[in-house]
Design a protein around this ligand. Structure first.
Ligand code: ADP
Length: 154
């Protein structure tokens, strides 16, 4: 298995935007490791176990998708998993500026790891986990913004 990609994020919670990037990237890689970052400085809203379960549920039929939790640098996770690629989605120019610095610093740390970006499909550009959390907090219906079958509940 040569082309392994790590798709890092908080997935708090997984949205149809994340799902779309993973499914579109599947033909490009032998395996995609969805990596949920445990960030000491950023408190998550949904419990880690739930975030992991939801992603596992969505990709249960996809044997080439694996879900892990990590606490180290993304490039160190890549080395550990023998992944040569980091996969990220690009929604806006703000995403680009943010991703550019991380991608370039990652490249300085590990020359052999490439970051690969997929542009969001237009209809998913406005979607992010923080909007989904806001709708949920205020009692709205989030089902259309998260993958089919995922029941978002604390
Ligand atoms: P982070 O905490 O690193 O921002 P997220 O969980 O928000 O992580 O996102 C993980 C990845 O998914 C990022 O590359 C982000 O750009 C991408 N992503 C998030 N929402 C969307 C979307 N609606 N369409 C495409 N990509 C998205």
């Amino acid at each position: 298995m040569n082309n392994i990609a790590v798709f890092p994020g908080s997935f708090d919670p997984i949205t149809t935007g994340h799902e779309s990037i993973i499914k579109r990237a599947l033909p490009l890689f032998d395996k995609i490791i969805v990596a949920i970052g445990k960030n000491q400085n950023k408190k998550s809203f949904f419990p880690l176990e739930k975030r992991k379960q939801w992603i596992e549920q969505v990709f249960a039929p996809y044997k080439r998708v694996e879900v892990v939790v990590y606490e180290c640098l993304t490039v160190d996770l890549c080395k550990k998993m023998k992944a040569r690629y980091i996969l990220r989605g690009l929604r806006t120019s703000a995403d680009f500026e943010f991703e550019r610095s991380i991608g370039q610093i990652n490249k300085q740390m590990h020359r052999s790891i490439e970051t690969v970006f997929l542009l969001t499909t237009p209809e998913l550009t406005a979607l992010n986990s923080s909007i989904v959390r806001d709708i949920y907090r205020n009692g709205g219906d989030v089902s259309r913004f998260v993958p089919k079958g995922v029941d978002i509940k604390m």
